[in-house]
Every structure is written in structure tokens, then in C-alpha cells.
Ligand binder design. Sequence first.
Ligand code: AMP
Length: 425
Amino acid sequence: MRVLLIGSGGREHALAWKMAASPLLTKLYAVPGNPGIGREAELVRLDIADHTAVARFCRENEIDLVVVGPEGPLVAGIADDLRAEGIRVFGPSKAAARLEGSKGFTKDLCAKYGVPTAAYGRFGDLASARAYVEKTGAPIVIKADGLAAGKGVTVAMTLDEARTALDACFDGSFGQAGAEVVVEEFLVGEEASFFCLCDGTTALPFGTAQDHKRLSDGDTGPNTGGMGAYSPAPVMTPEMIDRTMREIVEPTMRGMAETGAPFSGVLFAGLMITDKGPKLIEYNTRFGDPECQVLMMRLKDDLLVLLNAAADGQLAHTSVRWRDDAALTVVMAARGYPGAPEKGSVIRGVEAAAGEGVEIFHAGTAINGGALVANGGRVLNITATGRTVGEAQKKAYAALDRIDWPQGFCRRDIGWLALAREQSK
Ligand code: AMP
């Protein structure tokens, strides 16, 4: 198979690494990719936003499958435009990607199909949003409707914080994404990420993970794209997975099909496990980054076989197997992240730091004058497997400490919640 992978982060490096292990693969291209992905794929210069150019590349290079990593191109309709040209794609249509692209759309679907989620209101103007918040009280959650790169959500513990967040949404801080606002009930419980591969009709459970969104140890500091993750999530017991499939994923799949937007691709449910069971916080319509990295380390089966089955509507006849091992990934970020990360610092010792059960996935890296340099906020994902989360954590930090990059930093406590559980057993 000749495959084109779209994206340039650690998520896409992990996908490239796993696809490269498939006996089905004859040629992998990536656009734009990064130096790590470049070890597995031929990097292509193309404007991803120019869907006609991407389609032309696929025709000229006889691409059998396009795998889309990030949400941006999906929400922009790349899957529709390629399929219209007869090109096979793993990823949802623009209409189905509204599950991620519009929080209001998802909340309305949940209400219609009885999917458990936080109580909410949708507002297009400040005065009515303000009135709802004043009436409901704090704690309360304020969300810009559209894609805001993970920054459009405020969990307000006081009314004052809620008022400030509403002002920020309506004064244009999030651009168009904030023109509409969802105000939600504050949910209490443990968060978990749950993934499914979907083919429009069938959803196949595809692993669990937990991530660390906050910048600093102890889950403090500002929100980021994610500073680390591990899989599996201990809170997602087989019973909890069954309930999540029955109460959340299956009604969503039915709802999307009935709405005329059957969902195919990765359905990533951000869950709050409350004392009443799983509740949906949000959907994403692609793999999480860095959750994908830990899932790929644990996946026993051939990823390309599974992506093909999803693209062809064959998931009802497919199963998936996982290694018993846990996996954990630590993000190394460039000084200044999540604000303005410093670019250009030299990173040494990456190749030597990897080893048995340890992979180092590249995110924001570049080659400059033959040297590997930082070229973004989140730069490397040090990923390891072990019999327990604790063992995987030890291996990941030991590898990380072999990397010579004074301008990089990381959290030192990735996996702490799972570790506390393991130690209390
Ligand atoms: P989201 O971008 O919707 O995933 O929200 C980012 C983070 O905000 C989530 O990972 C949760 O930690 C928190 N959050 C979002 N919605 C709620 C809610 N209704 N109750 C409590 N926490 C929430």
C-alpha cells in the first residue's frame, strides 16, 4: 500500500512508526512531517489547505489511503474533497467532524440521543450568557463554541472568573470560535480518554488513556496541549468501557448516521467518570496528542489493517489486540511554552536515548545545519512501555535524562494518579 499521512506532530510520528511496521506498506509519504517522521516516510512539500493540490499528489503517486492526523484539515473538509476525487481516506467528513468543531452541535446531539453530559446552555450574546451564569452560580464551565486549540475552556471556580471568561469570549479573544458560547455544569470525578475506530456504522473500542493537560507538576499551572499521558486508564474497567459504549458512543454513532453525517475515523471521547457513571465532556474526531503515542506502543495488531477496515466499512468483522504492558509518554517542551517557545536550540543524544521498549517521537523539531533543533512548543515525546505504569515511567525518565537539551523542560510526575493506585494495591 502507498499511504499519505497528513500532520507534523508526535501523534503523526507515532502513526508513521506503527504503519512502517506493517507488511502491507510499500511506500509512506508525509506532509509536512518532521525529522522523526522523515525516518519512516518521504516528506512532501504541499499546502495541506489546498485540497486540489493534495488530490493531485495522490493521483500522481497512486496513493491507496490518506491518513489525516490533526483536526484542522478534517474540519476544513479535506476528507470530503479527497473522497469526491475517488481517494480513500481515514478520517471523518466535514459534517461528522462537527463533533469536534462545534461544541454546541455536540451538546444538542447529546440532548437528542440521551447521551449523559453536563447540563448546558448555548448563547450568542453576552447578556443572555451572563444571565444564565448569574442564575446557575459557580463553579461553572465556560467554553468558546469553535476550535480554540484547547484554550477556549475556562473552569470557573468563582462567579468573577466566569464573568471574566464570558467577556473574553465575546470581546473576540478567540476570534470566530468565541462568537458562540456554551455554558456548562461543573462535573466532578476522574477524567479519562476513550478511543474508538469508526466506519460510519460500527465503533470498535480502541484503547483508553489519561493525559496531563496542566503545565506543571501536581497538575498546576496553565493548560497546554498535553504534557504527558499513559495507557491504559485504570478507571476504565471493562464494565466502564461497556457502559461508555452503550450509553455514549453507540447513541452518538446512531445520531450521526440519522443526521446524515455517519462518523468514520477516530472518535475520541473525553470522559468524566462520575459517581453516576461516565459523562461526556467533549468529543475529538482524531487521535489525542500525546495519547496516540502510548496507544501505538501498546497496539499488537497491524494499524494499516485496522485503518483499511475503518475506511472500507468493515469494522464489524474486525477485532483489536493490545499488549498487556502499560505505556507512558513524557513531553519535552521548549522554554517559553505554552506562551512563546524559544526556537533553534540544539538537541543532542536523541537517537542514543531510545532503546528496548523506548521510542522517542518527534513533534516540534527541525534540522538546522545538520543539527536537530527545537522548532515548536512541544518538541519530543519520550515514550516507554513497562509491566506497570510505574515501570514505564522509570524507563521514560531514564531515557529522557540521557537527552542533552538544556533549553528543554518537562513535568516530573507524569502518571502520578495511576502510580498512586498501583502503590495502594
Ligand atoms: P475540553 O477542551 O472541553 O476538553 O475542556 C478542557 C478541560 O476542562 C477538560 O479536560 C476538563 O478538565 C475541564 N472541563 C471541561 N468541561 C468540564 C465540566 N463540565 N466539568 C468539569 N471540568 C470540565
